[in-house]
Design a protein around this ligand. Structure first.
Ligand code: NOJ
Length: 601
């Protein structure tokens, strides 16, 4: 089976982002430069040489702005300040300058759907009266009556649920202490949604864009890009709000800190969260969001240097996502279909085809992503009995992954992602083959989803554990000690991180770190990011084989149950498996759970 190659998208040609490999930094957990157990911007600066050596083109930093940290910084109290936890604006400037000096671009996170409840605007809204301009920046409404005509407003204005569990509305007390209006928060109570019909909100976010563009930021990752506009009238909706389809269930065996095990026999009904898009929800992927991105695009275009935006938009199908990357909107959108495909040749092939076709229809490059700070790490997901499942966190009483199998498949999946045309996003630590921390004690958990679902969703802490840099140092070298004692990392690290520490893999043939370095070099030299995908005769997803040509490189991934022959006339030039490099050229077979790059010869 073969089909014509998909041509490279015209509008993106020559831009730095169209084929960039972007490394996501979750600042709390990347590296701690001041020794307090919490990652920071100085830690990022100190580790830029590591990233340069890895060979990435850009870094994206999750939020480091002033924030009470109710949702790991995605609750911003001041869009123009660095939180003291992470340093100062001067630290940001120094880090950005050094990244640029080393040839790396810097993408910052923009959180426009909601602020923190500690943002000055929200505080002003609380202090102001219903109907005031201060309240007009958020979505305040009167409650519905318990009994018709009672006028008590005791019920939330509609039936929307928060993505993090529980109601999407919280009631405030008015100045005289009486029960007052309700405000909307699609996420945590501490993340009130902004009202995007409000001109002041629009103007402020334009100014925030300019603030970071003026400081030299090369782009923005736009948080909840599908959520800013809500359907007029805020109608009830019967679906389940979710960032992503996944599984959660009653935790009769889980307990929140301070509660006895088994305390949750009354937990919510088990549910498989449904996709937010079908049926369309009144708060995600409303057509009005695109006007906002066209507006922002004009702001970016005032600046030189190919500044860009990448949408975090959990929408489907791929054609809906493509609307975010039309020529006058954002440049990229995360390809969650690829992430959700799991280790399965048919699902992966479908995701690749559908995303390439959708992106091509609007002249945008695709992106490829396997892990991020919201998802169970792919080295762990792929080691579960069903490597296509998407659990919302894993706890010690859940199925535990086969770590070796998961890692082998993760390495193989990464070689697929890095051979595809477009841009690739890596999540910090995946280059070390890090697994999810699947046995974090409930007491250590911080993710609001764990608390708001009363443990029915374990949450995202397991993928946010501080990175191991040096096996034989306290905290695996996460914190610089500056001669003093090392602080404990803000989340405990599993023992399994020790042998995976960067210092143990550096220069070690066959290590995951060296595999990533080699794959990034190969991708860059062969310009795979600018190539095309052509399925070849070997491509047989129903037997677990994914095979495509990108330029003169043939990629074969074996997700089946038997090894596959190396096609006649080809030799292996890179393999995800454990074989030493000197054996590659003589390989006759592509083993199960591995990917190889081949060329003629
Ligand atoms: C998506 C972010 O990636 C996630 O971490 C955050 O909790 C929500 N948006 C809300 O901002």
């Amino acid at each position: 089976m073969s089909n014509p190659p998909v041509p490279a998208p015209p509008s993106a040609a020559g831009t730095w982002w169209s084929d960039a490999v972007v490394y996501q930094i979750y600042p709390r957990s990347f590296a701690d430069g001041d020794g307090d157990g919490m990652g920071d911007l100085r830690g990022v600066l100190d580790r830029l040489p590591y990233l340069e050596q890895l060979g990435v083109d850009a870094i994206w930093l999750s939020p480091f702005y002033k924030s009470p940290q109710a949702d790991g910084g995605y609750d911003v109290a001041d869009y123009r300040q660095v939180d003291p936890l992470f340093g100062s604006l001067a630290d940001f400037d120094a880090m950005l300058q050094d990244a640029h000096r080393r040839g790396m671009k810097v993408i910052v996170d923009l959180v426009p759907n909601h602020t923190s409840d500690e943002h000055a605007w929200f505080q002003a809204a609380l202090a102001a009266a219903p109907g005031s301009p201060e309240r007009g920046r958020y979505i305040f409404r009167e409650g519905r009556d318990e009994a018709p005509g009672s006028g008590d407003g005791n019920r939330p204005p509609n039936n929307w649920k928060s993505v993090f569990g529980g109601p999407a509305w919280t009631r405030v007390s008015e100045q005289d202490g009486s029960p007052g209006q309700w405000y909307l928060h699609l996420f945590d109570t501490k993340q009130p949604d902004l009202n995007w019909e409000n001109a002041e909100v629009q103007e402020e976010m334009r100014a925030v864009l300019r603030f970071w563009l003026d400081r030299g930021a090369d782009g923005f990752r736009v948080d909840v890009a599908h959520g800013l506009v809500k359907e007029a009238g805020l109608p009830d909706w019967e679906g389940v709000a979710a960032m992503v389809e996944g599984t959660s269930r009653p935790r009769t065996d889980s307990h929140l800190p301070g509660e006895a095990p088994g305390a949750h026999t009354d937990a919510e009904e088990p549910h498989r969260s449904v996709s937010p898009m079908y049926p369309p929800s009144p708060f995600f992927d409303q057509d009005g969001v695109h006007d906002i991105y066209r507006d922002w695009r004009r702001v970016l275009d005032e600046y030189g240097g190919d500044r860009m935006m990448v949408a975090e938009a959990w929408v489907e199908p791929a054609e809906r996502l493509a609307r975010y990357v039309r020529p006058d909107e954002m440049q990229q959108a995360f390809n969650f279909d690829f992430l959700l495909a799991g280790w399965d040749a048919e699902r992966m092939a479908e995701a690749i085809e559908a995303s390439l076709a959708a992106a091509e229809s609007v002249g945008a490059p695709c992106t490829w992503v396997l892990s991020n700070h919201d998802t169970v790490r792919h080295a762990t997901r792929f080691g579960l009995k069903d490597p296509t499942t998407f659990p919302k966190g894993i706890a010690e009483f859940d199925e535990q992954p086969d770590a070796a199998l998961g890692l082998a498949r993760a390495r193989a999946a990464t070689l697929v992602a890095l051979a595809l045309p477009g841009s690739a996003y890596l999540y910090q630590g995946e280059e070390l083959g890090l697994p999810e921390h699947t046995t974090l004690p409930a007491e250590a958990r911080q993710d609001p989803t764990f608390f708001r679902t009363r443990g029915a969703e374990i949450g995202r802490d397991g993928c946010r554990v501080p990175l191991p840099w040096e096996e034989n140092q306290p905290g695996f070298g996460f914190s610089a000690t500056h001669g003093g004692a090392a602080a404990r990392p803000w989340l405990p690290q599993p023992e399994s991180f020790g042998p995976l520490a960067a210092d143990q893999q550096d220069g070690e043939e066959g290590s995951t770190l060296e595999l990533y370095r080699a794959a990034l070099r190969f991708r860059s030299v062969r310009r795979l990011g600018q190539g095309t995908v052509e399925w070849t005769d070997e491509h047989a997803p129903d037997s677990g084989l994914l095979a495509f040509r990108n330029g003169d490189v043939l990629v074969v991934a074996n997700m089946g149950f038997a090894s596959a022959p190396v096609p006649e006339g080809f030799k292996v030039v890179l393999s995800s498996g454990p074989e030493p490099a000197e054996d590659w050229a003589g390989m006759q077979e592509v083993p199960v759970d591995s990917t190889v790059y081949l060329q003629r010869g």
